[in-house]
Every structure is written in structure tokens, then in C-alpha cells.
Design a binder for this molecule. Structure first.
Ligand SMILES: *Cc1c(COP(=O)(O)O)cnc(C)c1O
Length: 421
């Protein structure tokens, strides 16, 4: 039996309507920005394998460090025990973050990093004996698929089956020049109930690569600071260079209380989540009263192999070549947008660092489930490019090692699609 036939017998794929989806493509190896299937066909991974890969596939440095770690220590319980990789990774990550970030808590993925952040905020107020239990979030937010993370995400077709069970969240519009004053007064009105404000900085990824200006986020954050509303900066997607700077929080001056990381953390090699926090948050859990403990942990918390992958990825991230690749991709994206922004089929274009998006003009039919999305997806696959449009929004989000030739090829195929579809 072929791999595809065996797959179809036993596998249920994520975000996939198994009745109508085309069979999955069996990938056998990866190198640089490319993946290769069983028949040897090459695909440029223009979405970094769901936004996780930053240095390219099967990177030899990460492979070497992971393999060395495997022969030393594969895993150890992280309550009551520690190990070099977990400590070294926390030390290194914290030095890259705003000065107020002092402690690191490990989990397994982006959604769990968010769950931990939410629990830290809610229990912070609980431990202090203050009844602040409401959470503030942006409309169209995406913070993950577990229940807490889903609750602080925008309500959509994806959450519809669970809406009645999700805890109540105050959703506000993305800030801009016109509404910033109104948003601030909304926050002030709720402040005695608000435990925290959670946001994706500058770019709402899954919401459709929606972008907003750093200046207004900064104003909102300053206002939250004044009103003692804790801030969770979800850098699961924007962390590790995506927005042009190492972390998106460096586009603003105010510092968040809590930050969440996953996706690029291990260079896209394996699952790992981290939630960092300020001393103030951490101190609210220190007590002789055991009930003030943060009762949270996963079996694979701070897995040594995942930590080794993250440390190796960070070695590469710190190389000057990585920042120059990020700059090169940003410049190249900008030139591409200048070329296509006036095309009649292009409704709008936007870019933040290495993330570029264009909205396809569809008249009134903009549904995620519209056939345009499937047509585009298949068109690019046929051309050997992995792009997964979000409805009518095409975005490119490449590993930083992507070559100029590969980028030009992607741009040219998008321009060709604009003519042919
Ligand atoms: C992907 C994502 C998450 C969830 O991460 P998973 O590892 O997929 O659970 C959370 N927040 C943002 C901003 C994301 O893009």
C-alpha cells in the first residue's frame, strides 16, 4: 500500500475536512527552504511549515545538537529536577527580552504557553485577593486551539461549536488614530474587573495577517500600565525575527508583563512552549500558603531534546547573517508589493518585516470556504510552492534562508496567478 493509502486509513488531519480534502502529499525530506515528496518533486515552503521554520529544513547545526542531546539525556521530570539545557535556554532567551522579563515557565506549544499566561494573570489577582477575572482581547485574535486559548480568540466559524462554553472575554477593535481615545475609555470603564489584556503585537496571523501600527499599541499598553491591567504579549508567531526585529515588542516602548513563545523557538524542529514573566508576577505566587502555587505542568515540560533544538536555533538566530537575511527578505517583499499593489485583482497589500500579504479582490464573496482559496492553494502547489491562503488572503512567510531566486519565483507565480485566475 502507498503511504497516502495507509495515511487515509488511519490518520485524521488538522484543519482538514476529511470528506472533501485532496489526499495529503507525502514528504520524505527537507533542505533549506524546500521540501521534497516521494516522487522527488520539490516544493518551496513559503509558509515555513505553518510559520515555525526559521533557518530551513533539517538544518545540520540543529540536527547535530539534537542528536548529541539524545545520547546524553532524553528527558527528566522537571518538578524537583533541572538540567543544563532548560537553564541555559531560559538564561539566553531572557537576555534577549525586555529588561522586566525575569522568569521562564516551560510548556509544550503555543496554545499551552497561552494557557499558562492566562492562568498566571488570573491567579495573580486571586492570590492578591482581588476579584479581577475579565480578560481583554482584540477582535479577530488567534491565540490557539485549547479551550482557554480559544476563549481569548475571536469568535468565528472555527469556534462556533464551542461558543457557549467559552468564558466571556471583552473584545475591542485594533487601535488606530481614530478610535484610540474610545478604546482607552473602554478600558478605564472596565479596569476594576480586568485581569489582563492579551494581544498579538502588530500582526494578527491566523485572523488574516491583519496589521496595525506600533504607535497605537504602545499607547494602549501605556494606558493598561496606568490602569494596572496586566499585559500578555503573544509572540508565538511574531517572535524570533518575523516582524523585522528580534521580537515584535521592540517596536513599542512599554514592556509587557508576560510573553509567550513557541513556533520559531526551536527553529521549527520540535514542539516547545515558553511563558516568561516579570518579577512582580512571579512574586505574587511566593508564599508559605501552598494554595498560592501555580498548579500547572505537562509531562514533557522543558524536554531536554526540545531545549537543545531551541539553543541550537538560537545560535543560528544570533549570527549576523540571520538579521541580514531578515532585512533582505523585507526589502524584497516591499519591492514586490510596489509591483502588484495597483493590479485590479489586488484589493489591498500589507507587510511587516518578513510577512507579506495581499488581499484578492472578490467582490462580495470573501468567505474562508470560498472556492478561490482552494483554487489558489492548488495552483501554487502545482507550481511547486506551498502557500496556504487564508480565504482570499495570500501571504508569504518564508524561512530566513530562502534564496533570492526562490523568492523571485514565488513572486512571479503570484503575478502569473493574478493574470490567469
Ligand atoms: C499558532 C499560534 C498560537 C498557538 O500555537 P500552537 O503551537 O499552534 O498551539 C498562539 N498564538 C499565536 C499568535 C499563534 O499564531
Amino acid at each position: 500500500m502507498s503511504l497516502v493509502d495507509r495515511d487515509l486509513k488511519v490518520i485524521w488531519h488538522p484543519y482538514t475536512q476529511m470528506k472533501t480534502a485532496l489526499p495529503p502529499i507525502p514528504i520524505v525530506r527537507g533542505e533549506g527552504a524546500c521540501l521534497y515528496d516521494e516522487s522527488g518533486k520539490k516544493y518551496i515552503d513559503a509558509v515555513s511549515s505553518w510559520w515555525v521554520n526559521i533557518h530551513g529544513h533539517a538544518h545540520p547545526h540543529i540536527a547535530k545538537k539534537v542528536s548529541e542531546q539524545l545520547n546524553k539525556l532524553e528527558h527528566v521530570i522537571f518538578a524537583g529536577f533541572t538540567h543544563e539545557g532548560a537553564v541555559a535556554l531560559a538564561e539566553r532567551l531572557l537576555t534577549l527580552l525586555p529588561g522586566n522579563q525575569q522568569k521562564a515557565f516551560y510548556s509544550d506549544n503555543g496554545s499551552t504557553a497561552i494557557e499558562v499566561a492566562i492562568k498566571m494573570c488570573l491567579q495573580y489577582w486571586h492570590n492578591k485577593g482581588e476579584g479581577r477575572t475579565k480578560i481583554l482581547a482584540f477582535k479577530n485574535a488567534y491565540h490557539g486551539d485549547t479551550f482557554g486559548a480559544m476563549a481569548v480568540s475571536g469568535r468565528s466559524a472555527f469556534t462556533a461549536a464551542f461558543d457557549s462554553l467559552l468564558f466571556e472575554v471583552e473584545f475591542i477593535d485594533l487601535p488606530n488614530k481614530e478610535n484610540i481615545a474610545e478604546l482607552k475609555s473602554q478600558i478605564s470603564g472596565l479596569k476594576s474587573e480586568l485581569a489582563c489584556f492579551i494581544f498579538e503585537p502588530l500582526v494578527q496571523g491566523a485572523g488574516g495577517m491583519l496589521m496595525y501600527e506600533a504607535q497605537y499599541l504602545d499607547e494602549l499598553m501605556k494606558h493598561c500600565r496606568n490602569e494596572a491591567v496586566l499585559m500578555i504579549d503573544d509572540e508565538v508567531f511574531t517572535g524570533f525575527g518575523r516582524t523585522g526585529k528580534s521580537f515584535a515588542c521592540y517596536h513599542v516602548t512599554e514592556q509587557p508583563d508576560i510573553m509567550c513563545f513557541s513556533k520559531g523557538l526551536t527553529g521549527g524542529t520540535m514542539a516547545l512552549g515558553m511563558t516568561t514573566c516579570s518579577q512582580q508576577i512571579y512574586d505574587a505566587f511566593l508564599s508559605d500558603d501552598r494554595l498560592k502555587t501555580l498548579f500547572h505542568g505537562h509531562s514533557f515540560t522543558a524536554n531536554p531534546i526540545a531545549c537543545a533544538a531551541a539553543l541550537a536555533s538560537m545560535d543560528l538566530f544570533m549570527e549576523p547573517a540571520t538579521q541580514s537575511n531578515i532585512n533582505r527578505i523585507s526589502t524584497s517583499h516591499k519591492a514586490f508589493l510596489d509591483k502588484i499593489k495597483h493590479h485590479p485583482k489586488v484589493k489591498t497589500v500589507r507587510q511587516t518585516g518578513t510577512i507579506v500579504a495581499l488581499e484578492w479582490e472578490t467582490g462580495n464573496d470573501t468567505s474562508y470556504f470560498s472556492s478561490l482559496r482552494d483554487t489558489l492553494y492548488q495552483y501554487f502547489l502545482n507550481a511547486g510552492i506551498i502557500l496556504r491562503p487564508l480565504g482570499n488572503i495570500i501571504y508569504i512567510l518564508p524561512p530566513y534562508c530562502i534564496t533570492d531566486t526562490e523568492l523571485s519565483y514565488i513572486y512571479s507565480k503570484i503575478m502569473q496567478a493574478l493574470e490567469e485566475i
